[in-house]
Design a protein. Sequence first.
Length: 342
Amino acid sequence: MKKANDFAWYLSRFMTTYLSGEKKLSTNTIAVYRDTFRLFLLFCEQKLKIAPDRITISLFTKELIINYLDWLEAERKCSITTRNQRLSCIHGFFKYVQKELPERMFEVQRIIGILPGKTAKTIVPYLTEDELKILFQQPDIRTKQGKRDLVLLTLMYDSAARVQEIADLKMKDIRLNTPAVITLHGKGNKTRLVPILGRVKDLLTGYLEDHKRYSWGIALSDIPVFCNQKHQSLTRWGISFILKRYVEMARKDIEFTVNFPVTPHVLRHSKAVGMLKSGINLIYIKDFLGHSNVSTTEVYARADSEMKRKALEESYKELYTHEMPKWNEDENLMQWLNNLSR
């Protein structure tokens, strides 16, 4: 069976045993791999007229993968970034396969050698302090849902948490005794402690007191911090929907001049830029955000034009202090111009 349909066999082992077992990747990361190969099967069926159960490892060539990536761009209208993400998943699969099938080493190496497409470096989008204030004024705190949403937005910003980290937050992850901190469970099962300060701590304290009063049927420590009306944990899509709704409300304010999509990650960017503006060292910001490498954090140093302008003003020195001569007071120039008109 393995030889007749070896692609299905290796892909199943790669997705279940290797990614989740050996690599211990998150379910969201594994979902990206799943979608990559789901689209590949669709490509083979539509363009090559090959049913999924007839695909074998011997079918794979460098040219086939490039055709698949071109199909993603041309027909699926995927961006270069998405194309590169799909290619990275394919690279990961074939790095696994080459250890299992050394006889296919040459073609596998050709596939692994496919280079990602070049993308323009983008500046991370973020909200200014004034824009954040307008956004946080939108929830109606006279209602239970409004209170939840205000705590959700302010905590997501103040902790610079990823949206999945907020969705996974449980009561046991929050300590309100001084010093107040929350424990965030990030990528690769890494955890980090983030301090909760000022008004956000007060909002969270009041919200959790009301939150505990409901009959949950589970241990208090396992209660999700943010729930929907059915008392189920908010999903990352639910959180994105809530944020989008308040952004649309904020756009009615003429001072809210944001011309880009505001996602939960934009709040994370906004916190990082705010910390950088305050003079906090990049190394601390790296740890606060849970980045594994400081080079990832350095993108925020390129984000703020105001910081660049102030830095240039502070370092600028006048090297030429004399005034430039006025051309109509230059006698030699005037005489030369008069001679031209004769």
